[in-house]
Design a protein around this ligand. Structure first.
Ligand SMILES: [Zn+2]
Length: 377
């Protein structure tokens, strides 16, 4: 049997979540923890604690059964998530606000005020897609400025964090001496920083309610120590019941919590069909259904494949629609019950893709869009 949980992650030491590796170091800092990074960190921790053996670990590489979502930051306002393509920021309004603020001495509870520079049409546009009506993309803000910048796929609310670039001298490991003129730089994210994510895993993996993992780069130097706390169990049956309300006729509008719809090595159109029966099978559930993708609204991005623990190599990069993309689809299923169950499984399991002999997880995690924009979990 599988178990689905929501977890909270807390950085206990500075972390290096590099977007890219260059000759001079690890540069750029993801503002979230990629799904493959989190999954690898948890598997390693389970192995170190003796909860899974080497055999299980290598099976996980070929036939993954532990699936992690990307971990997005928690902010005082709650869970952040990627912005869909239907929310913009007006650069002119933002500039005006900054100027106003510097003039004002006593601001009146400005913290809680809605950000006037944001033009949020997510709910409206998702409803329009359900009705199969035409989307009229706005070209100006409420004040009439033609200075709208899409927020997709940045995170909302924007996470506050401290990132600094560290430069260190290269050390020759065998002689433990500094290497002349070798400077090494890396971008470091500092605690306190918290994230939220979901995990799907076999019950036999026995997670503690609180445990530690190491994420990112520089682990041998103490970077990336992260505490994971279980927050709550998520019931597939309850989710299926909720999701049933989001299927209108056969139409469902979904929100991509992860990179989505395999693009392969070259940007290419998304697949037309997601086989829900096959995903159910992987979890030992009998579901008769498929999702027919009609349209995807979102940006194509190149996704870093990340490090493969077992082969000690980088997985290949691939193209996908960015997290935060909106997907219009039809569910073809034997019954409404199967359709809803299939969607619930897809939300927390996503699909498992294969690229060049590597398995890719943490993709195609799609959830009913109206649910996500109200509460990310
Ligand atoms: Zn404006």
């Amino acid at each position: 049997m599988v178990r689905i949980v929501e977890v909270k992650l807390t950085l206990k030491s500075p972390a290096i979540l590099a977007e890219r590796r260059s000759a001079s170091g690890f540069l750029g800092a993801f503002d979230y923890i990629p799904a493959s990074t989190l999954r690898g960190a948890i598997l390693t921790s389970l192995y170190v604690e003796g909860k899974v053996d080497e055999d299980t670990l290598s099976k996980e590489d070929m036939k993954p059964s532990l699936i992690a979502s990307p971990a997005y930051p928690l902010s005082p306002k709650g869970k952040s998530r990627p912005a869909s393509p239907f929310i913009w920021k007006c650069k002119k309004c933002e500039l005006n606000r900054v100027l106003e603020k510097s003039e004002e001495c006593d601001s009146e509870g400005g913290e809680d005020k809605k950000d006037g520079a944001i033009l949020d049409q997510e709910e409206k546009f998702i409803k329009v897609i359900y009705e199969n009506a035409l989307l009229e993309i706005p070209s100006e803000c409420r004040e009439g400025h033609r200075a709208l910048k899409p927020l997709h796929p940045e995170l909302i609310p924007e996470p506050k964090r401290v990132v600094t670039r560290q430069i260190s001298v290269g050390i020759n490991k065998s002689r433990a001496t500094a290497v002349k003129e070798m400077l090494y730089s890396y971008d470091v994210i500092f605690p306190p920083q918290t994230f939220w994510a979901t995990l799907l895993l076999p019950e036999k993996y026995e997670l503690n309610n609180r445990f530690e993992v190491m994420v990112g780069r520089g682990l041998s130097r103490g970077f990336g120590l992260t505490e994971i706390e279980l927050q709550r169990e998520i019931s597939l049956e309850e989710k299926a019941e909720e999701y049933s309300n989001h299927i209108k006729g056969k139409t469902v509008v979904l929100f991509a919590m992860s990179p989505t719809l395999q693009g392969g090595f070259n940007p290419q159109p998304y697949p037309r069909t997601v086989n829900l029966s096959k995903i159910g099978e992987q979890l030992g559930l009998s579901i008769d259904g498929a999702l027919q993708i009609e349209r995807v609204y979102g940006k194509t991005v190149r996704v870093r494949g990340g490090w493969s623990l077992l082969t000690n190599t980088n997985r290949p990069d691939y193209y996908a629609k960015a997290q935060g993309s909106i997907i219009a689809a039809k569910v073809e299923a034997q019954s409404q019950k199967d359709a809803a169950k299939g969607l619930a499984v897809l939300a927390y399991h996503g699909t498992i893709e294969e690229l060049n002999g590597f398995t890719i997880t943490g993709v195609n995690m799609l959830r009913p869009a109206l649910e996500v924009i109200k509460d990310a979990s």
